[in-house]
Design a protein around this ligand. Structure first.
Ligand SMILES: Nc1ncnc2c1ncn2[C@@H]1O[C@H](COP(=O)(O)OP(=O)(O)O)[C@@H](O)[C@H]1O
Ligand SMILES: [Mg+2]
Length: 353
């Protein structure tokens, strides 16, 4: 009955731990980010001897382990000591002062929050934290709607390390100088992984998520290639999960080339493209460029202007930001009579990831 050898029975699964393919999952070991974690740990260290910590901005492209490295470090700190509170906030999900304060209360396990205003909540938090010290991580910091909360934390929390995470260190440039001067912030860049690193990170995930031997080893290369090309580990995690699901839906005992190619074809439907990291206003500009790719920056600005009252400088800043994320590119052109202009091009390939 060898024909059944390669067919999964209804109660079998290729997945050992599907949770390991959740984008929020934090593995026990985070390879290739040891140096960055050590650096962050040094900033936190003074808190362990009752002194004030150092503040830092972690920055780098999306999908290269900034969030997971910091979360892992906070977990390790929790295991190490009870003297330091660890708080992690995603400012994309919690973008107002009130939402952030409520989230902090939840994480501190502080329940007396009913009917309290932001000021009252902050007062309670302050009293609680100041009995100890705290590491407060504000992830996706460029999505925050108000910076008052940063000012308040800086002023009123005595012993803390504030860790900000952003895809773009430009966030600092426009930050209120009053806050900036008090922050005395340090910068820590995360660089994209090279090919070998990408491969090892994905192999680690395979071992955690799938039963041994589930993957056809040669076929994995396609996933690693695609992931490396996109500069974003999320691409790989998506492909691992999809190809596993596809193989299982076909009752196959192995995840092979065919399943992986099928998964890759679904990649462009899956919209965690880099533009999901942009704020709405940036997305409007990106869409505009997408629909007018190849036109000059002034032509595109004319169309943009019709949609709202925005200055050319604001528009140009947004174009610059998109260019830095490589979602678009620009090209100087010299067209004789009319002189120099800048052509703006939508990078289809990157946007499709
Ligand atoms: N060094 C690593 N080891 C294990 N998983 C990683 C590593 N780097 C990134 N990942 C995984 O890749 C995905 C994207 O990483 P994330 O930390 O969310 O990126 P970022 O915050 O830089 O956008 C997450 O699911 C994360 O667990
Ligand atoms: Mg992140």
């Amino acid at each position: 009955m060898s024909i059944f050898k390669n067919i999964l029975s209804h109660n079998e699964s290729l997945f050992l731990d599907p949770m390991a393919l959740d984008l929020e999952y934090v593995p026990q070991i985070i390879p290739f980010r040891e140096n960055q974690q050590k650096y962050i740990a040094e900033c936190i260290k003074p808190l362990l001897s009752n002194r004030d910590g150092r503040n830092l901005l972690v920055y780098g492209y999306s999908g290269i382990g900034k969030t997971v490295a910091v979360k892992h470090l906070l977990n390790e700190l929790d295991k190490e000591t009870d003297d330091v509170y660890t708080i992690y906030i995603n400012c994309w999900k919690k973008n107002t002062e009130f939402k952030i304060l409520k989230d902090i209360c939840d994480q501190l396990n502080y329940k007396f929050i009913a009917n309290k205003s932001s000021d009252e909540l902050f007062d309670d938090i302050k009293k609680l934290i100041n009995k100890k010290s705290a590491v407060i991580c504000l992830d996706e910091i460029d999505k925050i709607e108000t910076t008052e909360i940063i000012y308040a934390l800086l002023e009123d929390i005595l012993r803390k390390t504030l860790i900000f995470i952003s895809n773009d260190k430009q966030w600092l440039v426009q930050l209120d100088p009053r806050i900036k001067s008090r922050l005395s912030i340090e910068l820590l860049e995360f660089k994209p992984y090279n090919y070998e690193e990408t491969k090892e990170i994905l192999n680690q995930r395979i071992n955690l998520a799938f039963i041994p031997g589930a993957f056809d080893t040669n076929a994995i290369k396609n996933i690693v290639d695609k992931t490396f090309e996109s500069n974003d580990i999320r691409t790989g995690i998506f492909l691992l999960k999809q190809s596993g699901d596809i193989a299982e839906s076909k009752s196959s005992r192995k995840i092979n080339q065919e399943h992986i190619i099928d998964a890759i074809s679904k990649l462009s439907n899956f919209n965690f493209n880099k533009s999901t990291d942009l704020i709405d206003e940036d997305k409007i500009v990106l869409d505009l460029i997408k629909n007018n790719s190849g036109k000059s920056i002034t032509e595109i600005y004319e169309i943009y202007k019709e949609k709202g009252e925005k200055s050319y400088r604001t528009f140009q800043r947004k174009v610059d930001k998109l260019r830095r994320t490589k979602l678009i590119s620009t090209e100087e052109i010299n067209d004789g009579t009319r002189g120099k202009s800048t052509k703006v091009i939508y990078n289809k390939k990157l946007n499709d990831f």
